[in-house]
Design a protein around this ligand. Structure first.
Ligand code: UDX
Length: 405
């Protein structure tokens, strides 16, 4: 099928590459000419395991362009542009601009909204622009995006049956359950899912706080025991310094504002957001309990991205922690396998980073950090992600693990 994809961010580029690999002819568009230049030269500007190889393998089926006229022959056009928040409310400007540009060159294509948009957006666009609109929300995780796209848990398609069926047919190869429904339900499923997962994380983080005060308790074992119950499930019950990234913080906030405008308060999601915001202070509290004063402490922070296997810093709790430690007067040095952000004190070699530090804080789940278990660490280590073996350290303080005063 001739397919267009508008927006070569993370979701758009993965969608384009996977659909090209399935034999579709893809026009991949972005308004950023520098970005398109990099895609064309093979210098892929998105850090995602396997993406570069998949793009290079399917070069023949993938045309990168900034020119909307190239979308003239597309039967289906995906829109995967950002929907950032502005003062807590979703900003749909990029979506509207993309739809407007598509309509000026192609009035027949089915336009599929992959971007996360609040319920009602697709139908509003359909009425305003008189175009065929289908909602097909995205559930992929960074670092696992290609596999999540090829093997999703489900495919959700919302819109008029004839158009929705056609869009669904593109995803048949995944063998995943496909739910065809209204646009509003599809849009809502995305927000409800992300908010539920964010809530699950905040829930276990509160249990972690409790475990720190109960002798002989450990949140890792509590989560394991809970996870055996199939009604609960083991995933997204990993306690830590909280969730970040391009989706959970933004989507929960936009969802809360959207619901408020409808006169509904989403109390549980509001609490999940607050609990997440408090995670940074929890690390500060743990450090103060140990050292009394943070001012003047030399701290090595491991990790700055919002999670492992990515250089993405959007809404990163690790970055927030770094700033908070600095504000509290600590002298912080950061080791991260892929990031080097301006203004942050990075060191490139883990061995050198350890020189003269008073404490170590693990802020991201990079598997590389396991190496530190063999480095004979003598200073207190605060494991903010519970990835290390306590036995390997002289003084190990883990999130959600009992710690005597
Ligand atoms: C998420 C959703 O999983 C995905 O379905 C949606 O499309 C986009 O948002 P992503 O942001 O890539 O994906 O990351 P994810 O792996 O879900 O992790 C999000 C954050 O939660 C990370 O900061 C991670 O460290 C944290 N997390 C995750 C926990 O603290 N505990 C967990 O148990 C799981």
């Amino acid at each position: 099928m001739n397919i267009g994809v508008v927006g070569m961010g993370f979701v758009g580029s993965v969608t384009a590459a996977v659909l090209a690999d399935q034999g579709n002819a893809i026009i991949a568009l972005d308004i950023d000419s520098e970005k398109i230049g990099r895609f064309n030269s093979g210098d892929i500007p998105i850090f995602e395991p396997g993406l570069k190889d998949l793009i290079l393998k399917n070069k023949r089926n993938l045309k990168f362009t900034t020119d909307y006229k190239m979308l003239k022959g597309s039967e289906i056009i995906f829109v995967a542009v950002p929907t950032p928040n502005l003062n807590g409310k979703i900003n749909l400007d990029y979506v509207y601009k993309a739809i407007d540009s598509i309509k000026s060159v192609n009035n027949d294509a089915i336009i599929v909204i992959k971007s996360t948009v609040v319920p009602g957006t697709g139908s509003k666009i359909k009425d305003e622009f008189n175009v065929k609109i289908v909602s097909n929300p995205e559930f992929l995780r960074e670092g696992n995006a290609i596999d999540d796209t090829i093997h999703p848990d489900r495919v959700i398609v919302g819109g008029e049956e004839e158009y929705a069926e056609k869009v669904a047919s593109i995803w048949k190869f995944t063998n995943a359950p496909i739910l065809i429904t209204t646009r509003e339900n599809a849009e809502l499923i995305k927000y409800a899912s992300n908010s539920f997962l964010a809530t699950k994380i905040s829930f276990i983080n509160e249990i972690a706080n409790l475990c720190e005060k109960i002798p002989n308790s450990d949140v890792e074992t509590v989560a394991k025991g809970m996870g055996y119950d199939r009604r609960i499930g083991p995933l997204f019950l990993k306690a830590g310094i909280g969730y970040g990234g391009s989706c959970f913080p933004k989507d929960t906030e936009a969802f809360l504002t959207y619901a408020e405008e409808l006169g509904e308060e989403l109390k549980i999601i509001k609490a999940a957001k607050k609990t997440n915001e408090d995670r940074i202070d929890r690390i500060i509290y743990i450090l103060k309990k140990k050292f009394v004063e943070i001012k003047g402490l030399k701290i090595l922070q491991l990790g700055v991205s919002f999670k492992e296997n990515t250089n993405d810093l959007r809404e990163s709790q690790a970055l927030k922690l770094y700033r908070s430690l600095i504000e509290n007067g600590a002298d912080v040095v950061v080791f991260d396998p892929v990031n080097a952000v301006e203004g942050i004190n990075f060191c490139g070699n883990l061995n050198d980073c350890l020189n003269g530090v008073d404490a170590i804080v693990v802020a991201t789940e990079w598997p590389e950090f396991k190496k530190i278990e063999d480095m004979n660490i003598k200073v207190p280590l605060i494991d903010g992600r519970r990835i290390l073996n306590p036995e390997r350290f002289e003084e190990y303080i883990g999130i959600g693990r009992y710690c005597s005063d």
